[in-house]
Structure formats: C-alpha cells, structure tokens
Write a protein that binds this ligand. Structure first.
Ligand code: NI
Length: 156
C-alpha cells in the first residue's frame, strides 16, 4: 500500500451526521475506510465515463431462454467481442429464466455498447452493468510475460 497522507475536511453538522449513519449502516471499520471507498468508486465511475480508459465490469442479465433465437443471439454478440468478454457464468434460475454474469474488460465506451446490445434483445428481462474498477496500464498485458516468468506453477 502507498504511504498514507492525512487531510482534514470541513463538513456541515447535518452532513457529518448523515455520513456517520452511512458509516455505521455500511459497517465500515472507520470513517476513513468509508471515504476511501467513496473516492475510489467516484474516480472509477469517472474513468468509466471516459470512453478510452480501460476498465473491468460485470454485466448481469436475466432472460427467458424459451424466447426463439435469443440464446443464439446472446452468444453471437459475445463472440463479436472476444477481447472484451473475459468469462461468463450461467445460472438456471427457474423453469423459464436464466441469469448470466459476464465479466468484461476494455474501454468503458465499448463495454457500454456491448451491454446495451445484449440488454436490448427481446426476451431479456434485465441487464445491469456494474463497474469493478479501472485497469492499471502496467497490468494490461499479462500475457506478454514468458510462461516461465509466472511466480507459480500450473499443474497440467
Ligand atoms: Ni439456463
């Protein structure tokens, strides 16, 4: 972790009171911890709004798998973004509905576009795109390393 710096903040009494309720209800260990998370979320959302900066996000969709051709269309669309779709998890919710959680990586604008095209298909009940955070540039190309450079071994 980087070195900690301290700064003081002036707040109106009622705002501080509301914040302390937020800290308590959110079960944050300290006010500082709550402020750190709020700052990170805000800064990450900011990065997400900019179209060019790389971020990670999850898209959760719930859909009716009986809807003709919907499953094929969902797969087709995801195959058009092989670099952005990192992984997906499929859960059979009940007789009619499936839930898919798709992990995405890439420029915020591209991810929003992909999310919109998936969410917009007929038979999709809901789609929620949630930002996980910005990707640090030095961590963008993990596969540039030689396989032997990994700090751990893969059992084959
Ligand atoms: Ni299913």
């Amino acid at each position: 972790m980087s070195d900690l710096s301290r700064f003081s903040v002036s707040l109106e009494a009622d705002l501080l009171e509301a914040f302390d309720v937020y800290v308590r209800d959110g079960e944050f260990a300290t006010r500082s911890e709550a402020i750190r998370q709020l700052l990170r979320q805000t800064l990450a959302r900011d990065a997400f709004e900019g179209d060019d900066r790389p971020v990670t996000a999850t898209l959760t969709i719930v859909y009716d798998h009986h809807r003709p051709h919907l499953v094929e269309k969902l797969l087709e669309l995801q195959h058009q973004y092989p670099g952005q779709v990192v992984a997906s998890m499929h859960v059979h919710l009940d007789h009619d509905r499936c839930m898919e959680v798709i992990v995405l990586k890439g420029p915020g604008g591209e991810l929003r576009h992909l999310a919109a095209s998936l969410r917009g298909l007929k038979g999709v009940h809901m789609g929620d795109l949630a930002l996980a955070g910005p990707i640090e540039p030095e961590h963008n190309h993990p596969h540039d390393h030689h396989p032997d450079d990994h700090g751990h071994s893969h059992n084959k």
